[in-house]
Design a protein around this ligand. Sequence first.
Ligand SMILES: Nc1ncnc2c1ncn2[C@@H]1O[C@H](COP(=O)(O)OP(=O)(O)OP(=O)(O)O)[C@@H](O)[C@H]1O
Ligand SMILES: [Mg+2]
Length: 211
Amino acid sequence: MTVDPGEFIVLLGRSGSGKTTLLHLIAGIETADEGRVVVAGRSLGTIGDRERTLFRRQHIGMIFQSLNLIPTLTVRENVELRLELNRSRDADGIARGRALLDHVGLGDRGDSYPDVLSGGERQRVAIAAALVHDPDLILADEPTGNLDATRGTEIVTLLDQLVRRDGKTLVMATHSLEMIGIADRVLTIEEGQIVEVPGDPSRPSDRERRS
Ligand SMILES: Nc1ncnc2c1ncn2[C@@H]1O[C@H](COP(=O)(O)OP(=O)(O)OP(=O)(O)O)[C@@H](O)[C@H]1O
Ligand SMILES: [Mg+2]
């Protein structure tokens, strides 16, 4: 598969088909036994672990299906940790973190610990944490899986804006067929193969409608 900069890709496939695995491969969290993963010109299989980790911290924002929050850190600390790992915990980064927490409706929960939050609230912290360092490539693994319809729509609108307004690239795994309408392209994993789902030729893509 090839993803162009500025594209919004939706990744479908039944449970266990390999969506999370594919996102982890693109993020360089797992390495491929066969084939190549090239991100922004870097072949992730040929660089060392440390370099791959640094590359990911800088360029990629991964919204994990398993959320990956640190239980002993508060909401705000979980978000700012991504800046610290990246050595970019400056005033801009901190302001971006606050704005993101406000945006996901958790502006007043910065001092809470993850274990007192609901599943959906935790998911929203994970989203803020994945975006705080302003990554070029956003990998979102069922980012609305724990959210009610209204919050889900807000999150998708936020992600969509990051693509349309800020030129970010987004690959989003989801089970929600409603996302098909807003994506530039839809891919599905079927029996280990990545297959492009053809668009409806009578329907102009969102991108064309917006431009
Ligand atoms: N660390 C692992 N080691 C071995 N097999 C794994 C590992 N992680 C996942 N798998 C297997 O790989 C397959 C794909 O898993 P994956 O998590 O990528 O699916 P998925 O499409 O994200 O599913 P879901 O929609 O349920 O999140 C599954 O059969 C799973 O059991
Ligand atoms: Mg998964």
